[in-house]
Structures are given as structure tokens and as C-alpha cells.
Ligand binder design. Structure first.
Ligand code: GUN
Length: 292
């Protein structure tokens, strides 16, 4: 059994990006600039956005954090999105989700210029992904693919089960793994809350991707001997022994499953750090795609 070390892989990618920034600087070229919009004070969102800004600093990217109160109107937020769309200095930006209930997330996502949509959430980018056209791939699925690539995990012809059909992880990763690319060429089943015989289905998977947000959902009996298990779950559960008062829990019952696997990602330190690394790769690409 091999543990897939996402933290280490993400660090490797950050080093590669820092080198790319250094060569751009030396050549007198523009440095990538990522902006992030954060609405409200949700603990998880603040942590994630903070980590994105910190990653920019470490790599040498410019970053701008734009914060709004929960009370911001949809129109005000749309105005800010339009401003960032037009800002020549900003190469890519994200609007951290979730947004307050009175704001329509779809409307906001649609308002982002697809050329600056480094989250890859805009329908134009999702369409490009389906058609194998250039565009931005959503960060978490792209991070999963990058882990499979860098660990030389064979995917072609494999039976892959994705559990969870969210628009930002399950659905896109199922499409990416089914494409005629490497990694890819899997036979993919996208399982969800209405799926029948889920346990049996999972137990037949060569590659099992858990992205449902239910701690310890994937048990030992649901994992085939020698399977590759990718755990996307990051539920915050209370833990008094931690300074922050909580710890992250994956969707996989790691302690009982790990021994059966050929490869497995831990939580934390698996897929999580890769999401930010992919976002940074997308930001560098955004600048290059826009001819800067
Ligand atoms: N909320 C949870 N994950 C993400 C992400 O990758 N990007 C944004 N913008 N919001 C999120």
C-alpha cells in the first residue's frame, strides 16, 4: 500500500510555479495576479481563501483579497465581478462558495469572464472540458488527475466509481476520467444518493473516488483488494485537542480501508493541498492564455 502524499506533490508543483515566476521576472514579464472574493465570515471559507492568498505569496504571485459583509446585495457583487473582468492587472479570480442564500451562485458564476475563471466553474469552461478543448479545469478534479499522473497510476480501461455528483468535484472528475486522455480512459460510474447496490458497486471499483462529504462513509467492505482510493471529503468535526477546535475528516474509513488499497490519499494531506496547487497552475495559464 502506498500513501499518496498530496502535501508533498503540491509543494513540488509550487516549486515549479515559483521557478516559472522567477523566469518571468528575469525576462521582465508580468507576474500572475489572482484575486479572491470572500463574502461573510464562514470559518471554512476564510481558511480556504487564506490558504490561497498564502500560496500566492509563497510562489511569488500577486494576490488581492476582496472581502464583503454577508449583507452585500447580488447587484453589488455582480458589479465587483464585472470590475475584475475588466481589470487588466488581474489575470484570474475566484468567488469563494458558498454565498449567502440571498445571492444566486449561478448568476455570479455566469458573470465571471471565462478567460479569468480559474476555478473552472463557468459553463463555457465545463463545456470545453467535455469537448477536450482548451480551458480551465476545476481545481479539485484537476488536482486528483495530477496526483494520478504524478504517481504513475494506470487508469486506462479501469473501472472507476465516483461517489457524489457535486458540480465542483464528482460530476467534473467523472467526465475527466472518462475522456480519451491520460490519465483517463476509465469506465466511469457516477454514484449518488439514489444509487442502488452502492456497496457492491464500490466493491468492484479499481479506482474509487469518494466525494460526498459524509465522514467515514466508505467502509472496508466497500473497497476491493488492491483498489486506488481517493478521498475528497473534508468535513470539519469538533476536536478539543486541536488549537482550532476541529479536525478534518474524510469520507473514507481510512484506518480500516488503507491496508486493502494499492494507493490511498489521507485526509488531511491528500487531495486538499492539490486543489490550491491546481488553482495556482490555472492562474499562471490564465496569464499565458491571455497573451501576457
Ligand atoms: N468552495 C469549496 N470549494 C471551492 C473552490 O474550489 N472554489 C471556490 N470558489 N469555492 C469553493
Amino acid at each position: 500500500m502506498q500513501i499518496i502524499n498530496g502535501k508533498e506533490t503540491a509543494l513540488e508543483i509550487r516549486k515549479e510555479l515559483a521557478q516559472a515566476v522567477a523566469s518571468r521576472k528575469a525576462a521582465g514579464k508580468k507576474i500572475p495576479h489572482l484575486a479572491a472574493i470572500l463574502v461573510g465570515n464562514d470559518g471554512g471559507s476564510m481558511t480556504y481563501v487564506g490558504a490561497k492568498v498564502k500560496a500566492c505569496e509563497e510562489i511569488g504571485f500577486e494576490s488581492t483579497l476582496i472581502r464583503f459583509e454577508d449583507s452585500i446585495t447580488e447587484e453589488e457583487l455582480l458589479n465587483k465581478v464585472n470590475e475584475l473582468n475588466l481589470d487588466q492587472e488581474i489575470d484570474g479570480f475566484i468567488v469563494q462558495l458558498p454565498l449567502p442564500a440571498h445571492i444566486d451562485e449561478k448568476k455570479i458564476t455566469l458573470a465571471i469572464d471565462p478567460k479569468k475563471d480559474v476555478d473552472g466553474f463557468h459553463p463555457e469552461n465545463l463545456g470545453n472540458m467535455v469537448l477536450d478543448l482548451p480551458g480551465f479545469l476545476p481545481a479539485t478534479p484537476a488536482g486528483i488527475i495530477e496526483l494520478l499522473r504524478r504517481y504513475n497510476i494506470e487508469t486506462s480501461g479501469k473501472n472507476c466509481v465516483v461517489v457524489g455528483r457535486s458540480h465542483i468535484v464528482g460530476m467534473p472528475v467523472s467526465i475527466m476520467l472518462g475522456r480519451n486522455t491520460n490519465p483517463g480512459n476509465c469506465t466511469v460510474t457516477l454514484a449518488h444518493s439514489r444509487t442502488q447496490n452502492l456497496e457492491e458497486l464500490c466493491a468492484n471499483a479499481d479506482i474509487l473516488i469518494a466525494a460526498i462529504g459524509k465522514p467515514l462513509f466508505i467502509k472496508e467492505n466497500m473497497v476491493k483488494e488492491g483498489a486506488v482510493v481517493i478521498d475528497v471529503g473534508t468535513t470539519r468535526v469538533p476536536d478539543a485537542s486541536k488549537k482550532s477546535g476541529f479536525r478534518l475528516r474524510g469520507d473514507v474509513d481510512y484506518d480500516n480501508v488503507a491496508e486493502k488499497c494499492s494507493f490511498i490519499t489521507p485526509v488531511p494531506g491528500g487531495v486538499g493541498p492539490m486543489t490550491i496547487a491546481s488553482l495556482m497552475m490555472n492562474t499562471l495559464r490564465a496569464m499565458e492564455l491571455n497573451g501576457k
